[in-house]
Design a binder for this molecule. Structure first.
Ligand code: MSP
Length: 644
């Protein structure tokens, strides 16, 4: 009989920087779901990958002096290492730079164009010249470029558009008749009321201002812009549109796309419309999870509060990090990552509850039965509560996972762990051990504990795979299938246990936090930009040879045929001068007019591109030249004033 299939995807990540604990969250949650479905008998396809095109990547590569593909190759290798470290069991890793993906996206674009869903027009937006980027009205910050903060201007660029509006009514009907399609429920209402009902604008799907993207085959100066390229990965990864589309036939439509709430709109509006236009069935569900916040709100490089999963795993191991993400973050809403809560949880839930249960059980089997699990020959009524809960737990876990309630699944497992610890207190094996007549009863208690732990181990294996293996090793568990936890007899009497190391050693909270804080400071210090070495020392007399003057910019225009140069007319104490400056990438001519800047006034005149330059405007720039600022005089000093 063919197994039921389960296709789950994560968003594909931008390789623009190292991934942080927030990105790790989506993938670990998907991994837990994928593992659980495999355990419960499904034929699973779990897809993840990287979204590698776009202007940002092109720029980052430029600043590093490498090609975009060299740049992304290195980061993608790091992302794959991270998934290995987090024990992420993906079945396929797609890169949008893979040839099969490029070819399929080009075909999709052409098909949509041929059938009239994509048309050519012009894109009008707010353009930032130094950043060479278009922004929408809502993206601007105080009317300026959100990246560099400089003024923007209205500009037009030829572009292709997708007729989203044509499909909006059909999509609204679909969403309303498929309540499970967008989850959680609250996010569905947001999509309908905030985006679909007010009217959808057509989506710009190509760009000409950069070339690190998939070329449009029938109009080579355009590259496919972001979302068609990125979203299509969910089908191209399965071979859609290729000669071998067996996987596509087998797994599509996806059972669930797991995404962060920030990209839910793209997955529940643009993506379904693309699929409708292509005549492809829609995914069964898109689940928008919340954000992982840290003390101080959102993680950001500039705040210096980015939590690095690699550091956490190096200090605490993989499963504690997985545990915290899966149990502590309410699935669907925002959650907090905090070192102190994290470490306290490791101590209470992992070391105390689970770790102690295993070490006590193994230690007692070793002490009282030479390490051999005895047969349960002397049952008592008090056992029923534990046994009934152990039998109910797998069902509760399965139900929670079916409803995508991962923390609830772990709550149920920890309820069984708690019940087992209570069972030790109730049955007091150390007292039973004092009475030879109670040996059989003692054996039954230890059998029940071993069997409850076996059930815990099977249930927890999708969430904490290493821990489950470790429990199995110590208890010498043979039966680990899902079927085997439907009855309370999977442990064979006579099995030899081998007590190993503690599952989770207790952590000194204060000491560890201090250690982590020190590490953070060290990292911040290492990441601080390093200053360029100073030049050879000069004397005051040397300096006085340079004649620096305040000048006012009277006029400014580009130098024809020289992209980098601006021609400035400046006033220096009532006299006019012409200066050529290589700052066109950073300033619009109109930005400079009226400004008071500093001129190296006694520099030997030179000709640049045939234009006379009488002096040099002072400016400060970053080492990689990504940012530049002229030195300006904030108050209106008389022009010609000496700067010393
Ligand atoms: N490349 C797009 C996705 C294209 S999918 C066809 C993208 N990439 S991303 O790298 O910026 O983000 C990947 C995922 O990480 C998104 O789901 C995003 O919501 C998630 N997260 C980023 N920061 C996060 C937190 N702080 N917390 C939880 N998830 C977060 O978007």
């Amino acid at each position: 009989m063919n197994k039921k299939t389960y296709y789950i995807t994560t968003p594909i990540y931008y390789p623009s920087a190292k991934l942080h604990i927030g990105n790790t969250y989506t993938t670990v949650a998907s991994d837990a779901l994928a593992r659980f479905k495999r355990l419960t008998g499904y034929d699973v396809m779990f897809l993840t990958g990287t979204d590698e095109h776009g202007q940002k990547i092109q720029r980052l590569a430029e600043t590093k002096g490498v090609t975009p593909i060299e740049y992304v190759d290195e980061i993608v290798a790091g992302i794959k290492d991270l998934w290995k470290m987090m024990n992420v069991s993906y079945d396929k890793f797609i890169r949008t730079t893979d040839n099969y993906h490029i070819k399929a996206v080009q075909d999709i674009f052409k098909k949509l164009y041929d059938q009239g869903d994509i048309y050519k027009d012009s894109y009008e937006g707010w353009y930032c010249t130094p950043c060479e980027s278009f922004w929408t009205e809502t993206q601007l910050v105080n009317g300026n470029c959100p990246d560099c903060g400089r003024p923007v201007e209205k500009a037009k660029e030829e572009a292709y558009f997708f007729r989203m509006s044509k499909y909006a009514p059909k999509l609204i009907t679909y969403i309303e008749s498929h309540p499970e399609f967008i989850q959680p429920e609250s996010r569905k209402n947001e999509m309908i009321n905030n985006f679909l009902k007010p009217g959808l604008q057509d989506l710009c799907v190509s760009r000409t201002s950069f070339d690190w993207g998939i070329p449009v085959t029938f109009d080579e100066k355009h590259v496919v812009y972001v979302w068609i390229d990125a979203l299509a990965n969910y089908i191209t990864a399965l071979g859609y549109g290729s000669e071998n589309d067996d996987l596509y036939k087998k797994y599509w439509p996806a059972d669930v796309h797991l995404v962060g709430k920030d990209i839910l709109r793209f997955h529940t509006i643009y993506w379904p419309i693309m699929l409708m236009a292509l005549g492809i069935p829609l995914p069964k569900q898109v689940f928008g999870h919340g954000w992982l916040l840290v003390d101080g709100g959102k993680m950001s490089k500039s705040k210096g509060n980015v939590v690095d999963p690699v550091v956490l795993v190096n200090h605490f191991g993989t499963d504690p990090v997985r545990y915290y993400l899966l149990r502590e973050i309410p699935f669907g809403s925002d959650g907090l990552f905090n070192n102190e809560i994290f470490i306290k949880k490791i101590n209470s839930d992992l070391a105390n509850d689970l770790g102690n249960l295993l070490s006590r059980t193994c230690a007692m089997v070793e002490k009282y039965f030479d390490g051999v699990i005895p047969a349960p020959k002397a049952k008592e009524a008090i056992d029923d509560e534990l046994i009934n809960l152990a039998l109910a737990t797998p069902k509760k876990v399965e139900k929670s996972i079916d409803d995508l309630k991962i923390p609830e699944a772990l709550d149920s497992i920890w309820e069984l762990i708690g019940r087992s610890n209570k069972y030790i207190d109730e049955t007091t094996p150390w007292i039973l051990a004092k009475d030879e007549a109670k040996k059989e009863r003692l054996g039954t208690v230890l059998y029940n504990l071993s069997e409850a732990l076996r059930i815990v181990s099977v249930c927890v294996s999708s969430f904490l795979p290493e821990t489950s293996e470790n429990i199995n090793k110590q208890l010498n568990v043979e039966l680990t299938t899902w079927d085997s936890v439907a009855s309370f007899d999977g442990t064979s009497a006579g099995t030899k246990v081998s007590k190993g190391e503690l599952l989770f050693p207790r952590i000194d909270v204060e000491k560890k936090i201090e250690e982590l804080n020190m590490l953070k400071e060290q990292q911040l210090a290492e990441n601080k930009p390093k200053m360029q070495p100073l030049k050879e020392e000069i004397t005051i007399e040397d300096f006085e040879k340079i004649d620096l003057r305040v000048v006012k910019v009277l006029a400014c225009e580009p130098v024809k045929g020289a992209k980098k140069l601006l021609k400035l007319k400046v006033d220096i104490g009532g006299e006019e001068r012409q200066v050529i400056s290589g700052i066109a990438k950073y300033y619009e001519p109109s930005d400079l007019v009226g400004k008071y800047v500093v001129l190296v006034a006694n520099l030997k005149p030179a000709k640049l591109r045939g234009e006379l330059s009488q002096g040099m405007i002072l400016a400060a720039s970053t080492d990689d030249d990504s940012k530049l600022c002229t030195v300006t005089i904030p108050e209106e000093l008389p022009t010609g004033s000496i700067v010393r």
